[in-house]
Design a protein around this ligand. Sequence first.
Ligand code: GLU
Length: 506
Amino acid sequence: MRTRVRFAPSPTGPLHMGGVRTALYNYLYAKQHGGDFIIRIEDTDSHRFVPGAEKYIIDSLRWCGIIPDEGVDENGNVVETASPKHPHAPYRQSQRRGIYRKYAEELVAKGYAYYAFDSSESLENERKEAESKGETFIYNYESRKNLRNSLTLPEEEVKKLLQETTDWTVRFKMPENTVVKMDDMIRGHIEVNTATLDDKVLWKRADELPTYHLANIVDDHLMEITEVIRGEEWLPSLPLHYLLYQAFGWKDTQPRFAHLPLLLKPVGNGKLSKRDGDKMGFPVFPLNWLNSDGETYHGYREDGYFPQAFVNMLAMLGWNPGTEQELFSMQELIDSFSIEKVSKSGAKFNPDKAKWYNKEYLRMTSDSELAEEFIPILDENGVTADKEKVEAVVALIKERATFVKDFWGICSYLFKAPQEYVQKDVDKFWKPENVGMAFEAMENTADAASMEEYIRAHEMPMGKVMNCIRLALTGASSGLGIADIMRFIGRDEALSRLKAAREKLG
Ligand code: GLU
């Protein structure tokens, strides 16, 4: 059987990095098995729909290099019309609404589901009443016996209500006191007694839409999904999903399930949230997102991360190859990934590790590519330099940077004379006797090498003189080696910076 997995996001907001990881693991699994990775948009909950979220999700995956085989076309649009490449279109559940009713009705006919006519007000009253007794109201195998549904009302009345009213639903008839036996590719065997489960709504007459559970099972079946790889938050739904496959008579083709561990906050316990990101200053989302309240959520892309570094870091959050290897290209991830090696327990996110990955990828990126990225930044700072020079600069500084955006701060003085001098360095190194020696050494030599020789030959204090020169050249006493700096700016520019410093600092 051909492997077919899907990522099935609901467009209820920007995709959290945990969601990207779910998509990534699905993608890796599909590619490793020579199968298909499908995108399906689960947008049947119109109350939670957020404009722009679908595009954000697709753009995020594209940025990461997670390219679907089916469901989204080359231009990043969700496919609406069936074709050989996209046989199950439309891939947006809201556009598939016509499909689901008959499945809901089929379950009623077979006795696995029933019609429920309780108004939202009457259910609200039940809830309040239970609350006043310190209990919680659950629509389940017990309470359904006293509620208004096709199990309790006379047949004639049911027929009438179905025809004349529009706020009824189809609910799953959870079997009484039955143990559901399940298998998870990560967690192993699981058993749950149905007594703890409620009669979930599957379909709503009011908007003629299925709920998540029905649409999800029907579509996974129709789309011939072989493995469902999704977040741990869906584990409580697994018994219902098992029972739905059984009720439909689809046991033979039921997909296997894998529930991925949560991403945890860097300190303490609990799920990684946007708030942790705000507090500790790291991104939790792949791309920037402008929220409806005007707040911008930070994205890895805009914060300067390479998509490969982000993907590599995410892959390792909850999975490890069982070796020491930490750096993986996408192809290497495809080759080494295995669901069985995904951990059961939550994966603690470490923002420093994310930076470490970026630093490693920056190092591995060619000088030429880095120069291409740096040139626009130079432009913004009013510097025009030819590519060859920029490449040489990049080669010199890349080990010191984590992001390309660090470059300018590290080496601006290779392109522009410093405008300011760090005061504590001035206090420490800009002493009249050192300044005098610095001038003498530079004026009497043609380059950094001979200048060093001169200082040595004249028994001047090397450290003091050099720091004085460095201060004049860069504005501070730290930075690149003087020989490197002078190679870039030339001896004449160096001398003029020394003069400028004397004018400003005395
Ligand atoms: N639409 C669900 C979500 O937003 C999909 C869950 C699943 O993969 O079954 O996470």
